[in-house]
Design a binder for this molecule. Structure first.
Ligand code: SF4
Length: 358
């Protein structure tokens, strides 16, 4: 067993672009934590060799330190080498983070998203840019020396200069890891409705690609390795938990909406419904048995998202034929036996992956 993911589906308010499973029913937190503890108890056998723990959401920083401690204890986080909590600026203080550090948290992932107040307001984030800066500083002062920051590009009205400023300033704050995502308009979100009403304009593809290239250049110039399509790390600070997803290592997901993988053929998804989950925490799930084709396609897709890429000798002839086309066009590169996307290839990575899957 490699990792344990615990989903904390509570948010104070909903961001306008978000379609993750979360709720604003904060009064359910205590009951929910009790349900997750029950699920952890029932799935103890899966957690004999825990290497990483990740509390994600939602907003895990909305739990009390006592609640977080009880969850960490239930999954044997004391044996893990990496224990991450996602936190939103505005919910965290130096004192709170010091307590969490003492409870075993050694990595904090902060949802900064932008350092421009105009863009934070537009997307419905609850915090200001200044609060985001202070959150990073609080984590550093609390002695957390493995900090990741989430940033978004391709936001309506965000200029390339706005984006460059965000990357530069975040890097200059001395964080060890960056996770950077291009905005997507998801069905049913307020931002999607704003787009349909013409209140915001979608960033065009060329600008998104330009922003992606700026990100790669600036992050690399600041000493980050671009190790996965959306992730950049200072040497030695790759996310071990997420790296296990990309190499298809087993993980246990606890909580409503959490996913698990047994490292072989079974993927499991807990129900995305707070009440159904709390009524039967260890039983409200569906399981899927993967076929050989599913496993192959997952391997190709996940490996091509990483800087290491996929091993040529693992590929079937039809995937090699598809890859050759992109190798000739300079959209894939081959080094030793590994095939990976070039910078330009990352712009159309989904298309390349689709072509190489069987
Ligand atoms: S805080 Fe995160 S999970 Fe909650 S609504 Fe905003 S983006 Fe979604």
């Amino acid at each position: 067993m490699a990792g344990v993911y615990i989903h904390i589906p509570f948010c104070k308010s909903r961001c306008k672009y978000c379609d993750f499973f979360s709720t604003t029913l904060l009064d359910q937190r205590e009951k929910y934590v009790a349900a997750v503890l029950k699920e952890a108890e029932a799935r103890q056998k899966e957690m004999t060799d825990v290497r990483t723990v990740y509390l994600g959401g939602g907003t895990p920083s909305l739990l009390t330190c006592r609640q977080i401690e009880s969850l960490l204890e239930a999954v044997h986080a004391d044996r893990a080498e990496e224990v991450t909590i996602e936190a939103n600026p505005g919910d965290i203080s130096r004192e709170g983070l010091e307590e969490l550090r003492k409870a075993g948290v050694n990595r904090v992932s902060i949802g900064v998203q932008s350092l421009h107040d105009r863009l934070l307001t537009l997307t419905g984030r609850r915090h200001t840019a200044d609060e985001a800066r202070k959150a990073v500083e609080a984590a550093q002062k609390a002695g957390i020396d493995n900090i990741s920051v989430d940033l978004i590009y391709g936001l309506p009205t965000q200029s390339t200069e706005d984006w460059a400023e965000d990357i530069r300033e975040t890097a200059d704050m001395g964080v060890q890891h960056l996770s950077c995502y291009c905005l997507s308009y998801e069905d049913g979100t307020p931002l999607q409705r704003m787009l349909e009403r013409g209140e915001v304009t979608e960033t065009d593809e060329d600008t998104e690609n330009m922003m992606h290239d700026m990100l790669c250049d600036l992050a690399e110039a600041k000493g980050y390795e671009h190790y996965e399509v959306s992730n950049f790390a200072k040497p030695g600070f790759r996310s071990r938990h997420n790296s296990a997803y990309w190499t298809r290592t087993a993980y246990t997901g606890l909580g409503a909406g959490a996913h698990s993988y047994d490292g072989e053929r079974t993927r499991r998804a807990n129900v995305c419904d707070l009440n159904k989950y709390m009524a039967a925490p260890a039983e409200a799930y569906t399981a899927e048995r993967l076929t050989d084709t599913d496993i192959y396609n997952e391997r190709v897709m996940l490996a091509l998202r990483t800087a290491e890429g996929v091993q040529r000798e693992e590929l079937r002839p039809e995937s090699i034929a598809a890859a050759e086309k992109y190798l000739q066009r300079g959209l894939l590169r081959q080094q030793g036996g590994q095939i990976a996307a070039t910078r330009e290839g990352l712009h159309i990575l989904n298309m390349i992956i689709e072509d190489m899957m069987i």
